[in-house]
Write a protein that binds this ligand. Structure first.
Ligand code: PLP
Length: 377
């Protein structure tokens, strides 16, 4: 049973932490043998889901020394499912179980091109559910999700490509934000229709599910507060669903109301714009999906973000290369973008300030795209 110095209960109620609590009590009482037995008993009951969360927080040595501001990274790739999406997948699923929306024998459905597909497949599989993930048949020039698809399928998920042309006339005429938003809306419609047609299907709906935000507020954010032990001047994270940026910001700002929060926006996939321009709402309406509220709306209306920092693909990739070579962090491109943005934020801050960001996943999730990896969520 590994002891983790900064342990907190994970959404699953972490065996580690319950064990730590009991064993500390027993050790104080001088009963080390009994403590060992308790740990063994709890280890027997643990599943891999009990090891989600409690991820390390590291200070970037070379990067911080070069700019005079301390940049800390929360290493989410150490989650057992390999990415930042483990906690939100677990939290969304367990809250749906509690509400009775997801029942034994049920199927979890959602759309994803990024890490949510593998995470729902991982957690869903361990809990005995079927998992069905919709992804676009025509991947924009932006990315090739072959590696994430392969991982989700290894966990047992059914991954289904959706061809927009089969659902819409003149789809090829769409451009930019409207095109991307329509692409995602058609896949959301598949999940929506499956759930409506048969309630044994539960649509996780990562883009709108408040339990996504909750996972990051109650777990990722609280862990960061414990690990930073005192001062935090800035929080920076890429915006996909917005769950990470928003949830962690809510937890951190409660303790540090004066701190700065910045969202990172990729140049070729500005997801905040899907929502701000209402392109995604319009597309959903066109496909007959009832009105939905997106987490990004909570982010924008709650005025949580002080700044939006746009990072070019080339800079994000260069930073991912540097983090691998200089800091030993073999991370994907969006993690590189997060660190680039943290450096930009650092330029507006006093020497000695402390900024936290996140290493989202490992780079081997993007081998199919190498050397032209892009952002995904
Ligand atoms: C690869 C990847 N996964 C997950 C995330 C988290 O995004 P969100 O919580 O906004 O969906 C990001 C954004 O940083 C990402 O780039």
């Amino acid at each position: 049973m590994p002891f983790r110095p900064n342990g907190r209960p994970t959404p699953a109620g972490s065996v580690d932490n319950v064990a730590i609590h009991y064993t500390e009590t027993l050790i104080y009482a001088g009963t080390v043998d009994l403590a060992r037995k308790v740990i063994l008993k709890m280890t027997e009951k643990a599943t891999i889901l009990d090891y989600i969360g409690n991820t390390p927080l590291l200070k970037l040595r070379q990067v911080s020394d070069a700019i005079g501001v301390d940049i800390f990274v929360k290493c989410e790739f150490t989650n057992p499912g390999g990415s930042i999406k483990d906690r939100m997948a677990l939290c969304m699923i367990e809250e749906a179980e509690k509400r009775g929306d997801l029942k034994p024998g049920g199927t979890i459905v959602d759309q994803s091109t990024g890490n949510t597909g593998p995470a729902l497949a991982f957690v869903g599989n361990v809990k005995g559910y079927k998992v069905r993930i919709f992804l676009p048949a025509q991947l924009s020039s932006a990315y090739d999700s072959a590696d994430r698809v392969r991982i989700a399928r290894f966990y047992g998920a059914d991954v289904i490509p959706i061809d927009l042309n089969e659902h819409m006339e003149n789809a090829d005429r769409l451009q930019g934000v409207e095109r991307a938003a329509t692409f995602v809306a058609i896949r959301m419609k598949q999940a929506h229709d499956l759930q409506r047609g048969d309630p044994s299907n539960w649509w996780a709906n990562q883009l709108c599910n408040v339990d996504n935000t909750r996972a990051h507020r109650d777990f990722t954010g609280r862990e960061i507060l414990d690990q930073m032990d005192g001062r935090i001047d800035g929080w920076v994270a890429s915006v996909g669903t917005g769950g990470t940026l928003l949830g962690v910001a809510q937890a951190l700002k409660e303790k540090h109301p004066e701190m700065k929060v910045a969202g990172v926006v990729p140049t070729d996939d500005p997801r905040i714009e899907w929502v701000r321009s209402r392109a995604v709402h319009n597309a959903l309406e066109m496909f007959g999906v009832p009105k939905l509220r997106f987490l990004i709306e909570d982010l924008l209306e709650g005025k949580v973000m002080d700044d939006e920092i746009t990072i070019e693909n080339a800079d994000a990739k260069q930073m991912a290369d540097r983090l691998c070579r200089e800091e030993g962090l073999y991370c994907g491109m969006s993690s590189g973008a997060n660190v680039c943005a943290a450096i930009q934020m650092a330029k507006t801050m006093k020497k000695g300030s402390k900024i936290v960001t996140v290493i989202v996943d490992r780079r081997d999730r993007y081998f199919a795209e190498y050397p032209n990896e892009h952002y995904v969520v």
